[in-house]
Ligand binder design. Structure first.
Ligand code: ADP
Ligand code: MG
Length: 694
């Protein structure tokens, strides 16, 4: 057999045919190295080795014995093949029953020494093992002794096959080069990488397993720490225009608003304005719940930039949102001499004129500096776009500027490819708990708007059990007859239906034909691409549908002031913060609004969880609850923002995050570009290529 290399395709491994290779690909396993990094989900504890006379029902046990008899029979009623065997040790004998594995009579013969492990059952067959794990004593034991790994698998790929193949890759574990030096490992109390890779699959005992897990988690967490710290250092060296705070103009503007700023808005605005007065670019994230008033805070920053002769750009994720921003800024700056441009695929406008204009016209006016504030979609920065002097770049519904985005904005910020960056501000409604922010957003400064403006109407939130469904439809009917609109959100039920086309289409048919035959129903799901999605949203916004049925793609912050009902099917399937985001889609106009959480679940825990949503309208509180109850993977907005997906680390692994932080600090202090640690540098480059959190 050829020696296994890290990049050996799985097809070339011993006993892997095309079919198995296809199944492995479904698990993202294409090479031998991928096998090595296919970590167990959990472990079965087969360390309880017993003699046959010690066996008791219902317990997991492992025994070693000789096969006295083995044979197949068919169950005449259910066409199931049954393999029965008797194994014996010096203390007695016990029966084994395997279903649907008739080939076992070929693998084993009378007299073979085998080990079996599994749970014991007691029924009409007497005391016996049912479908236990098994292997011959003469082979190395990977299925039946100690802590046995259980892997993420597919229906067609058994644990046995995976264990066998992964066992083959263990020679690679030994050959893996550890990128951490002996001294680093000693200081951080981490085990060797080759040892960790071996122990994670076939651990000797619990405590070594824990060590292995810790080491591999560390490996996932270190690059993020390096990345964010390096980012911060780079920003601190990049020049940016210091934009001086204009107190009198700012005061005048604030006084002209039709409302009083909340303390949180003032605090955030002040943090932003102070940053903009530095000679290095701001890199700040403004977090605030839906409706907390982030836009006016951006307005203050734009006003100050324009006042000192600098341009601003505001980018939104969709055309509709860009248009809504454009309209809002026009109203906000009605009394100010600020020229605003709107550039999206379908709409091109310059404030002061009711007619639409051309892309070229907008580009020219941006270059000459005639346009002070340019609003557009995230894809706005193209080759042809040049500013006269861009001072502030804002991106809505995004957690951070991507490296490319920042680079382009810097290059395009003036006519002559200079290296002066604008100040960067990202906005998000995702409530990122403080602890997560500290660990993973280390390159960003964060401002939080943690209070809603006074007098906001609460959105009436109710849990709806099945018997009340009919009443709820009647209520929606009455709202629509008053001229209002409703959202219906469906969860993804069928795992093969990743885009939710099926579940949402079925619901659409039901509502259209049976529940609301007289109303117009719209349909939105993940299969619809950008422009098609925008068309559906636009029609709903223009009140061409009474009801919009959607998967969770609806989430991103759009305003439909006329919609008053948010009905969420299978509510227990969503995270609290996500449900809160859905809820935030209504209550945007002057009408009383409602959020209905439909659930069939009788489980107390889901009821309790949903109850939290009824009790609180604070996104941060709900996100903390999510973190506590379901873990950080479920925090809405983290997955969507391309937040790195870990195989093994958790966002709550604090002690390990701290270790990674400590080492990252030390390494970058020694060598800002990591060139004295080429292996670590390489790992970091690899990480950079793999993330898409822009
Ligand atoms: P978001 O943070 O979701 O982007 P917006 O900026 O769209 O929120 O603000 C939501 C609404 O609240 C807007 O109509 C805005 O004019 C209004 N608003 C913002 N700040 C205040 C305030 N301090 N008091 C009253 N209304 C406010
Ligand atoms: Mg907003």
């Amino acid at each position: 057999m050829k020696r296994i290399q890290f990049d050996t395709p799985v097809e070339e491994l011993f006993s892997v045919g095309q079919a198995v290779a296809q199944h492995l690909k479904k698990l993202d396993i294409k090479t031998a190295q991928d096998l090595l990094y296919h970590f167990p989900l959990r472990y079965e504890d087969f360390s309880n080795v017993q003699t046959i006379d010690q066996l008791v029902p219902e317990r997991s046990s492992t025994v070693r014995g000789k096969i006295n008899a083995i044979q197949n029979r068919r169950s005449w009623r259910s066409h199931i093949s049954i393999t029965e065997a008797i194994i014996a040790d010096p203390t007695g004998s016990v029966k084994i029953i395997w279903f649907n594995q008739p080939y076992l009579t070929k693998s084993f013969a009378q007299g073979d020494q085998i080990i079996v492990a599994g749970k014991l059952d007691m029924d009409k067959y007497g005391l016996h093992f049912t479908n236990p794990s098994y292997e011959k004593v003469k082979y190395k034991q990977i299925h039946t002794s100690g802590l046995v790994p259980v892997y993420p698998a597919t229906q067609r790929l058994t644990q046995r096959q995976l264990r066998y193949l992964i066992q083959l890759s263990m020679s690679l574990a030994r050959q893996t080069t550890d990128y951490l030096s002996f001294a680093m490992k000693k200081q951080l109390q981490l085990v060797d990488l080759p040892f960790a890779l071996q122990q994670i699959h076939f651990p000797k005992n619990e405590s070594l397993l824990k060590k292995a897990q810790e080491r591999l988690k560390f490996d996932e967490l270190l690059p993020i720490q390096l990345y964010t710290m390096q980012n911060r250092q780079i920003m601190q060296k990049t020049p940016a225009p210091a934009i001086e705070f204009n107190e009198s103009e700012t005061k005048k503007f604030v006084a002209s608003l039709s409302f009083i700023l909340t303390d949180a808005q003032r605090r955030s605005a002040w943090e932003i304005l102070k940053d903009m007065n530095h000679q290095h670019p701001m890199n700040r994230l403004l977090e605030g719940d839906v409706g907390s008033g982030k836009t006016v805070v951006v307005g203050l920053a734009v006003l100050n930039a324009v006042n000192r002769g600098f341009q601003s750009v505001v980018m939104a994720p969709t055309e509709i949102l860009a248009q809504q921003h454009y309209d809002t800024f026009i109203k906000l700056f009605l009394k100010h001499k600020i020229k605003i441009g709107l550039l999206t695929r379908n709409t091109k406008r310059i404030s002061g004129s009711n007619k639409s204009t051309t892309k070229d016209n907008i580009l020219i006016n941006t270059l000459t500096g005639n346009i002070n504030l340019l609003v557009g979609t995230h894809t706005l920065i193209q080759e042809s776009l040049r500013f006269k002097n861009l001072g502030l770049a804002v991106v809505d519904e995004q957690h951070r500027f991507g490296v490319d985005q920042r680079k382009k904005l810097t290059e395009h910020s003036s006519p002559d490819n200079n290296k002066v960056a604008p100040h960067f501000l990202s906005l998000t409604a995702t409530p990122i708990p403080r602890t997560l922010a500290l660990g993973f957003y280390g390159d960003l400064d964060i401002s939080i708007i943690d209070e809603l403006p006074q007098g906001r109407k609460q959105i009436t939130t109710k849990i709806i059990p099945p018997p009340e469904r009919k009443k709820t439809y009647e209520f929606i009917d009455s709202e629509i007859k008053k001229g209002r609109q409703a959202f219906v959100i469906c969860p993804l039920i069928d795992p093969s239906d990743k885009l939710g086309v099926k579940s949402v289409t079925e619901e659409y048919e039901r509502l259209n034909k049976i529940i609301f035959p007289d109303f117009k129903i719209g349909l939105l799901h993940g299969r619809l691409k950008g422009p098609a999605k925008e068309r559906v949203m636009r029609s709903f916004l223009d009140n061409k549908f009474h009801v919009l049925v959607s998967t969770s793609v609806i989430e991103v912050g759009i305003d439909v002031p006329n919609a008053t009902v948010m009905m969420i099917e299978g509510a227990e399937r969503f995270g609290l913060a996500q449900l809160h985001q859905f809820r935030g889609r209504v209550g945007r106009g002057q009408h009383a609004s409602y959020c209905f959480l439909l659930t069939n679940s009788e489980a107390d825990t889901s009821r309790q969880r949903l109850q939290a949503l009824v009790a609180s309208q604070n996104g941060f509180e709900l996100a903390e609850k999510d973190l506590e109850m379901r873990g950080p993977g479920e925090i809405y907005g983290l997955k969507q923002s391309g937040f790195p997906q870990f195989k093994i680390a958790k966002l709550t692994d604090w002690p390990i995050i701290k270790k990674a932080h400590t080492l990252a600090e030390k390494l970058l202090a020694e060598s800002p570009d990591l060139h004295v640690h080429p292996l670590i540098q390489q790992k970091m480059m690899h990480f950079k290529d793999s993330i898409h959190w822009e």
